[in-house]
Structure formats: C-alpha cells, structure tokens
Design a protein around this ligand. Structure first.
Ligand code: CP3
Length: 347
C-alpha cells in the first residue's frame, strides 16, 4: 500500500497527521432533521436497499459537519435476511427476526449466499457514495459473528443473552457451524465492500463483551473473529476491530487482529494503550452521553480524551458507541470544530 494522504486513513496506519481525524458512529441518523425527513417517506429497509437513498443519507453528515470519514448507510442485520431470517425494523421497538434460530437444524438450513445477491443495493450505494465523496474516505462495515448470532438466536435485542449463551454451551458443534457460516458471509460481504470503493472497513462486535466472560470469549468468539480478520487482510484497506464492553479482556480483542482497535468509553485511552501496545492505532472513546451535556461539560470530557491520546499518531476521535438520537446538532458541530482546531501536540 502506498502511503495514504487522507487524515483518517493515515491515522488508521499509525502515520502522523496534521490534526486528530474525527467521525462518529451512527453519524447518519435520527439526530439529524435531514435524515428524519427522508425516513418519514421511506422505511428503514427501503433506505438501506435503495442505492440512491443510502448514498444520500451517507453524505448528509459529511455535508453538514465535515467529518474526516463517511460510513455507508446500512445496518448490521440485513445480511441475516439474505441467509433466510425474516428481518423487520419495528417502530419504537428496534429490529426483530421473526423466525429466530432455535434448533441445530435451523443452523443447517441457513443459506450462505454471495453478497451481490442479497446486499447488492449496499454495494451499489458504496460505488455512488464513494464517487460523490471524492477525497473523503468511505467506511464499509459488517457485524461480527457473535453479535449477529445473538440477534439470530434471540430474535431481537436482549438484556440477558440467555438464549444465545445456552445455545453456545449446549450445542457446541452447531455453534461452530453457525459461526463459520457467518465468517463466510461477512468475509465475502466486507471484501466486496472494499472492491466497491470502501477505503476502510469496520467490524462491529457490539454484544460479545456484554454477554461473555474472558474464557468464553476466547473459546466461542475469538477463533471466528481471528479467521474473519485474517480473511480481510486481502482487502487492501485498513480494518477497524470495534467492540463494546470488552475492556476487561481488551488484550484478547486486540489479539483477534485489525489495524485499528475501536474502544468503548469504559477505560481511558492511555490505559488501553498501556495494555495493548502504544503502536496500536485506536479509535475512540468519548461517552456518547457527553453530547447531551452543556458545552462546558462536553468540552471537559473532550479535553480529557485528547489529553489521554497525548497527540499520539494513530488516534481517531470517535464516540465509544453510537450517537444518541436526542443529541442536539449544535453539539455535534461544536465538537467537530473543537477537535479540528485543537493543536495535536503540546510539545
Ligand atoms: O454508523 C452509521 O452511521 C452507519 C449506520 C449504522 C446503523 N446501524 C444505522 C441504524 C450502523 C453501523 C449500525 C450498526 C448496528 N445496528 C449495530 C452495531 C453498532 C452498535 O450500535 O452497537 C447494531 C447492534 C445494530 C442493530 C440495530 N439497528 C438496532 C439495535 C437498532 C435500533 C436502535 C434504536 O436506537 O432504535 C437499529 C436501527 C438503526 N440502525 C437506525 C439507524 C440509523 C435507526 C433506524 C431508524 O431510522 O428508525
């Protein structure tokens, strides 16, 4: 790879930048009036599968705030629909999978289709958005195997993860088959996103940390994340390995691979770096609740993140998790302007 010029991509490679690059998870979403206006006319799945709509939503936060990277508008769950699960976004309730996996036979019935057959709209949206973005890098993404398996088995969100964890311990052979199918589907999808024009890729493992002990993470999750991330080394673009709730065993998360480790807000960045190595690029890690606070409080918290990062190369400013829909847009604008104007090094 020749040395990239875009600030976000340079940070992904641990290269020095003129200032800290910033983008926010879920930056295209309900906190923006432009997004709500489009969603009033089209369903979530319509927005995802119509390339022109998805590309337009992807561009909304770039035009409004000038982030250093865009992320393609989609969701982690639609690839499960392609495997045979009946996905619906229920208003006020979130995503539901109507025919959740209950038996080992259900696992064996899951299809493993190529991404262009089931996620062709998103691949096309990546082409459109990348062309319009010009020099601003576009991030492609997918859900990690455990997080997708948990939706597939629970049938939706959960607080206890009881169904997915009991399937994992009671049916270890079927668990392995399920996780391997997800590695295949998600690996193929991510490689094709890079081919379509994504300049970086992010893997979202949002639920593993909340559900699993370190020992279970190592046994039931790590081998599959390792295999998936190893397959993505062929993509030729940097890969962000993001998870939440995993700081008790962040070393094991980093050992899965990925050029950048995306961290939630539970531990300050300097403590994460001390554990996984200072040469490891990191993305994060402002608690998204800070964006609901008055500016003085928000500023103090942003200063703390930047102070902990200490101008180190390989820091991408982001939230520790997705932005809340209640976030005032003025706070997002002030945050972006503030990080942009902050000198990267004191010394
Ligand atoms: O970051 C981005 O801007 C890209 C788009 C994106 C969405 N979802 C859009 C979305 C991404 C990267 C996701 C990832 C996602 N989706 C995850 C992993 C990341 C995380 O936040 O942990 C998960 C677990 C999901 C599943 C999902 N999708 C849930 C639980 C919900 C409901 C959430 C809620 O607050 O209601 C969704 C819906 C969803 N995905 C919305 C958006 C903008 C809201 C849909 C709407 O407009 O009504």
């Amino acid at each position: 790879m020749t040395e990239p010029t875009a600030r976000f991509l340079r940070a992904c490679c641990g290269l020095p930048t003129d200032r800290t690059p910033i983008w926010l998870m879920r930056q295209a979403g309900r906190y923006m009036a432009e997004y709500r206006a489009l969603r009033a006319q089209h369903s979530m799945l319509e927005c995802i599968h119509t390339p022109e709509l998805a590309a337009e939503i992807t561009l909304q936060p770039i035009k409004a705030f000038g982030f250093d990277a865009a992320i393609i508008f989609s969701d982690i769950l639609p690839p499960l629909a392609g495997m045979g699960l009946n996905l619906e976004f229920v208003k006020g309730e979130g995503p539901v999978l109507h025919n959740r996996i209950e038996t080992t036979r259900d696992v064996d019935m899951l299809a493993v289709p190529p991404a262009e057959e089931t996620m062709g709209g998103t691949l096309k949206a990546i082409e459109l958005a990348a062309a319009e973005l010009g020099t601003t890098p576009l991030i492609g993404f997918a859900g990690a195997p455990f997080t997708l398996a948990s939706y597939a088995i629970e049938g939706g969100g959960t607080k206890t993860y009881q169904r997915v964890k009991s399937f994992m311990v009671r049916e270890p052979a079927a668990w392995k088959r399920l996780m391997n199918k997800l590695v295949t589907v998600q690996g193929d999808y991510l490689l094709k996103q890079a081919k379509a024009g994504a300049a970086a890729l992010q893997l979202f493992d949002s639920w593993a940390g909340h559900a699993l002990s370190k020992q279970d993470y190592v046994r039931y999750v790590q081998p599959y994340n390792k295999a998936l991330l190893a397959a993505l080394s062929k993509a030729g673009v940097p890969v962000i390995n993001f998870s939440t709730g995993t700081t008790p065993y962040i070393e094991e998360v980093a050992a899965c691979g990925g050029d950048v480790i995306g961290v939630d807000w539970h531990l300050p960045l300097d403590e994460v770096w001390a554990r996984i190595g200072y040469d490891q690029p990191i993305q994060g890690n402002l608690d998204p609740i800070a964006l609901l606070a008055p500016w003085r409080e928000l500023q103090t918290r942003v200063d703390d993140v930047l102070m902990r990062a200490n101008g180190r190369s390989g820091h991408i400013f982001n939230l520790g998790h997705g932005i809340y829909k209640e976030t005032p847009v003025e706070n997002v604008q002030r945050l972006v302007d503030y990080v942009r104007e902050k000198p990267i090094r004191d010394a």
